[in-house]
Design a protein around this ligand. Structure first.
Ligand SMILES: C=C(O[C@@H]1C=C(C(=O)O)C=C[C@H]1O)C(=O)O
Length: 376
């Protein structure tokens, strides 16, 4: 029997040939890439790849090797496509109107809309991002804020996208798909709830508690200790505070911020009733202009995938190959298509970076309805 050294020498010789052949194959692929640029053809040809996988796997002698050859060729063709995407990006064929790079946002002259009412957490986020004296107004719902941006009634909207306790704000993800608005910034603010009632009310008077559904959830330990209280969900924590003020009923209280309580003239019955003391929410800043800040370092995209095995795995290779760090992936059902999903992916990078351009080119071609939601 041959020694390990001898066997490894044989492997080395085979590998030399394989590398040489790989490089030869890639040279031909580069010519295919040039042809495609000239003739406006897509890089990915699913039928050709299907036929190729069939043909090469048939040449292998055992079931085990058929599977191996298939996997090997899937990777080879994926590398071939990535080379061609690079060629396309170099040739300037980005395929969509580009995002315009901006030095900074004009916070001084901006009109900013936030959902809720005076005292909402989204108002706190607005002031945090645009400054205490910014020119802001409120609308009732997230949708109305997105409409205000689309219509040009406001330049920017500040909207919640993710809470550290309750997770994603699903409605916002759906609205980002529905509207053609773009994320240009984000800010994270602490969310500290109080239980507040009309002046003079005591804890023992309370029978009904109003707040936003997720806020009631974030204070569930405290509220569970008062299981006789009826919990009523309204659009926003500050809207709940306003209602308590307007109704003037000592049996009613709101779960809202200390600031909302102060703005609406309520008295705090219990401070800091969060389950989690580190509770915070990430807000996004949205605009209707296709712009990104020069120093932006995070990109959000969404896309749909064909309902076939391995499609997500293959898609993620664009991040790995281009050395891009993915920071978040989320999925939402696609309306009208049961059990099919739209993926929302955040990754680190700036749109001006060639690695980002290459990845986006590949992702766009190999998925359905890919959209860049923003670079911020
Ligand atoms: C090289 C091509 O581009 C892509 C890569 C393929 C390959 O590496 O064999 C096959 C089909 C295309 O998806 C081609 O179209 O032939």
């Amino acid at each position: 029997m041959a020694s390990l050294e001898e066997l490894r020498l044989q492997l080395d010789e085979i590998d030399d040939q394989m590398v040489r052949l790989y490089e030869e194959r890639m040279k031909v692929c580069a010519q295919v890439g040039e042809y495609k640029i000239k003739n406006g053809k897509k890089v990915l040809d699913r039928q050709r790849e299907k036929n190729k996988l069939q043909a090469v796997s048939e040449k292998a002698s055992s079931e085990f090797n058929k599977k191996g050859v298939r996997e090997l060729y899937e990777q080879l063709m994926s590398m071939s496509r990535k080379l061609q995407y690079q060629q396309l990006v170099k040739a300037g064929a980005l395929g969509r109107l580009p995002f315009i790079e901006m030095e900074s946002l004009d916070a001084k002259n901006a009109r900013i809309v936030f959902p809720g009412t005076e005292g909402a957490y989204s108002q706190a986020a607005t002031k945090d991002y645009f400054g205490e004296n910014c020119n802001s107004f409120y609308v009732r719902t997230f949708r109305e804020a997105m409409e205000a941006i689309e219509d040009g009634a406001a330049d920017y909207a500040v909207l919640p996208i993710e809470n550290s306790t309750a997770g994603s704000v699903d409605e916002m993800y759906d609205l980002l798909v529905e509207f053609e608005n773009y994320i240009v910034g984000e800010t994270i603010i602490p969310i500290i709830h109080t239980l507040s009632g009309v002046p003079g009310a005591k804890l023992t008077d309370i029978e009904r508690v109003y707040s936003k559904g997720v806020a009631l959830m974030q204070a569930s330990h405290f509220l569970d200790d008062h299981s006789d209280w009826q919990q009523i969900s309204v659009a926003n924590t500050a809207i709940a505070a306003r209602k308590i003020r307007d109704d003037k009923d000592q049996a009613q209280a709101a779960v809202c911020s200390a600031y909302a309580a102060e703005v609406h003239g309520l008295e705090i019955l219990e401070e800091n009733i969060n389950d989690d003391q580190t509770n915070c929410t990430r807000f996004i800043v949205v605009t209707n202009q296709k712009v990104f800040l020069k120093h932006a370092q995070k990109i959000s995209i969404c896309l749909e995938l064909p309902h076939e095995s391995g499609s997500l795995y293959r898609l993620l290779s664009h991040f790995i190959y281009n050395d891009l760090n993915m920071t978040r992936i989320e999925s939402r059902p696609i309306e009208g298509k049961n059990w099919e999903y739209r993926f929302f992916i955040d990754f680190e990078g700036n749109m001006a970076d060639p690695a980002v351009k290459n990845a986006i080119r590949g992702l766009r071609e190999e998925s359905r309805n890919m959209r860049i939601l923003g670079n911020y």
